[in-house]
Design a protein around this ligand. Structure first.
Ligand SMILES: NC(=O)c1ccc[n+]([C@@H]2O[C@H](COP(=O)([O-])OP(=O)(O)OC[C@H]3O[C@@H](n4cnc5c(N)ncnc54)[C@H](O)[C@@H]3O)[C@@H](O)[C@H]2O)c1
Length: 360
């Protein structure tokens, strides 16, 4: 038998679903009169529609798991382009290994969880995410591009939001990734936070960069991320959380209410909250903890929250598709929180300069 090569496995590519093509409104509304998950899903969809209809509400999207590689990129890009989201908090895998990776021109491939010979895949430099394959050699290019970006930036600590903005600028300069989350967030002024930024392909780029420049290097300041997101919460006041999966992004966004309180602000709890997850609450861990439970911590209001138990690739096109086809986003304006944060940075820099001058 002829020896199998990478080409034998990396054939069909993952295609990102276009929610604009499917008007799911009648089906989701029919779910309202059913039971169990269908009714939960209908309520979650309506809560998302309410977030978009509320002119005082800023929408924070939280993403964990592997959703971009699974075909959900276009939905998130459509959310950005149509003002259906004002800030994003994600894990690194979605933003760097998957979105930025595709922005460089690479693809995710249709694989199989049933007959995968993982030792053979290892030999062929193919990485597997359940039923999806990735060319590992291409992923190394992603690490290396992050390394290159670090090399030309001024050596100092950056929030992940600032660094991801630089990634968007890099894509623009190199004419790549017009259909990516990173590029569109850059273009539309939507801040993207990745609180555990080194825990993905970016980490390999940073390790290389910092080893080469031990004295002065680019680093990520996760506390600055938290402060920036808290400033957004304080400016927005009313907020709605759309949480895909769970993980660090869920808690990071929820905790801004507590951080705002520490800073002396009388910010309300998150007014709206929806989470889609397969995690359950029995282990006491964060991902499966209910939004009702979050209200005991003073983070989420209980009136307009909904957990939906199921897998994201099937549920997100329905819930976000409902919000899209109901059309409340047409009356929303871009919040441009990137500009707000850049102005805040300028104020801090001006204050520092004044203090330094006074010392001299
Ligand atoms: N996901 C990957 O393949 C991958 C790859 C490289 C690095 N990482 C890093 O690992 C760290 C942890 O990853 P995480 O934040 O995704 O946490 P995680 O993998 O623990 O997922 C968080 C929760 O979301 C649920 N979930 C995940 N995918 C779901 C889906 N499709 N539908 C419904 N629920 C789902 C999980 O059951 C879990 O309870 C991150 O820092 C990330 O960057 C992950």
């Amino acid at each position: 038998m002829a020896k199998l090569t990478q080409k034998d496995f990396l054939k069909g590519t993952i295609k990102h679903i276009d929610m604009k093509k499917y008007n799911v409104v009648p089906m989701v509304e029919a779910f309202e009169n059913m039971a169990y998950s269908s009714r939960d899903l209908a309520r979650a969809s309506k809560i998302y529609h309410q977030m978009l209809s509320d002119k005082n509400c800023s929408v924070i999207l939280c993403i964990a798991g592997s959703l971009i590689s699974a075909g959900l990129k276009k939905i998130i890009v459509d959310m950005i382009q149509n003002h259906m989201v004002d800030a994003i908090v994600s894990n690194g895998a979605n933003i760097v290994d998957q979105d930025f990776f595709e922005a460089l021109g690479y693809k995710h491939y249709l694989g199989s969880q049933h007959n995968a010979d993982d030792n053979l895949l290892r030999d062929l430099h193919i990485d597997r995410i359940y039923d999806t394959y990735i060319n590992e050699d291409e992923l190394k290019e992603c690490d290396e591009t992050i390394h290159q970006i670090c090399e030309y930036l001024e050596p100092r600590p950056y929030s992940s939001r600032e660094f991801i903005w630089e990634m968007g600028k890099w894509l623009e300069k190199n004419k790549k990734g017009k259909d990516s989350v990173v590029y569109n967030a850059y273009k539309y002024g939507v801040p993207v936070f990745v609180p555990a930024f080194s825990d993905c392909s970016a980490g390999f780029g940073f390790v290389a960069h910092q080893t080469q420049h031990p004295e002065a290097h680019v680093s990520i300041d996760s506390a600055k991320d938290f402060l920036e997101l808290t400033k957004i919460k304080m400016k927005a006041k009313e907020t709605g959380l759309m949480m895909f999966s769970g993980g660090v992004p869920k808690n990071f966004a929820q905790d801004t209410v507590v951080a705002a309180e520490i800073l002396g602000s009388d910010c309300p709890m998150h007014k709206y909250a929806v989470q889609i997850t397969v995690a359950d609450e029995r282990d006491g861990a964060l991902s499966g903890s209910t939004l009702k439970e979050a209200s005991s911590w003073g983070k989420v209001s209980t009136a307009l929250e909904q957990m939906v138990y199921g897998e994201c690739t099937t549920l997100i096109p329905l819930i976000i598709g409902y919000g899209y086809h109901k059309g409340a986003w047409k009356k929303r304006k871009a919040a441009n929180y990137v500009k707000f944060l850049q102005d805040e940075d300028k104020k801090v820099a001006a204050l520092k300069a004044k203090q330094n001058k006074a010392k001299k």
